[in-house]
Design a protein around this ligand. Structure first.
Ligand code: OAD
Length: 241
């Protein structure tokens, strides 16, 4: 199956890749839904990844994102991130990378034009619409930092459950899904929409879809081929050449 998928890579002028937390697992970054090791085995997504959860316990949520930022500062892109970045460098304009990850590891590996559907964990923004007094760079230090004039809180610049995806980024991702001849779906449980819907859109528009995942995912039924294995092993083989 790997050889067939490899021939699809070679034949496809336009390739879209949708990645999820599994692509960073081999860097030592926990996923969300893996039993035991995933963040959602430890925390409730409603508490840690919604605006309501942040308003209820801003310190707890801020500290968790700070913990994840610190963890990311100590890890490195792995063979999967590198294989994608190197393919982009060898074949300019052929591979569009769409990620649900906020960890910045694709960019650190050298990928360009990464469509970050869920924002970036190293970005910050105001919780409430900023007033003239709110200036991120002058926010008073705290957990979270805040505006010392009006009390507005700084929050991580990620997309939480119930929030809209950045519209221009999502539109570009949909366009890539519609235009590609091949979509690789790498390291995602395929449980979160609208991101997961991109694989179904790609298939409906005529693309071949290949899932790379060591475990069953909710997108296996949308795939023409499912490759069971770790992204850091499979992608370098698939994207060689
Ligand atoms: P999940 O944690 O839901 O899924 C991770 C997937 O990676 C699982 O299907 C694993 O089997 C797979 N996996 C684990 N190790 C792997 C490896 N070495 N190589 C390849 N795959 C591996 O993460 P996502 O699908 O990315 O959103 O989750 C989507 C969104 O839900 C996230 O962006 C996040 C989360 O809650 C928010 O926080 C808003």
């Amino acid at each position: 199956m790997l050889d067939i998928a490899r021939s699809w890579v070679q034949q496809s002028q336009r390739i879209a890749v949708l990645t999820g937390a599994g692509v960073s697992a081999e860097s030592g970054v926990p996923t969300f839904r893996d039993a035991q090791t995933g963040y959602w085995a430890q925390f409730r997504a409603e508490d840690m990844a919604t605006e309501e959860g942040f308003r209820a316990h801003p310190e707890r949520v801020w500290d968790w994102y700070q913990y994840r930022r610190d963890l990311l500062a100590g890890v490195h892109p792995n063979a999967a991130h590198q294989a994608l970045a190197e393919f982009q460098q060898r074949h300019p304009g052929r591979l569009t990378l769409i990620t649900q990850n906020v960890d910045g590891l694709h960019q650190r590996a050298g990928s360009t034009g990464v469509l970050c559907l869920h924002g970036g964990i190293f970005e910050n923004r105001w919780l409430d619409a900023p007033r003239a007094c709110c200036r991120i760079e002058h926010a008073a230090p705290g957990h979270p930092p805040y505006c010392d004039r009006c009390g507005n809180l700084v929050r991580p610049g990620v997309v939480w459950f119930g929030e809209a995806l950045p519209s221009a980024t999502f539109e570009a991702a949909e366009q890539a899904a519609h235009q590609c001849a091949l979509m690789l779906v790498v390291g995602t449980a395929g449980a979160v929409y609208p991101a997961a819907g991109l694989a179904r859109q790609a298939r409906a528009a005529g693309a071949r879809v290949v899932v790379l995942n060591p475990a069953p995912s909710e997108l296996d039924d949308a795939a023409h081929a499912v490759l069971r294995g770790a992204a850091g092993t499979l992608l370098p083989h698939l994207l060689a050449g």
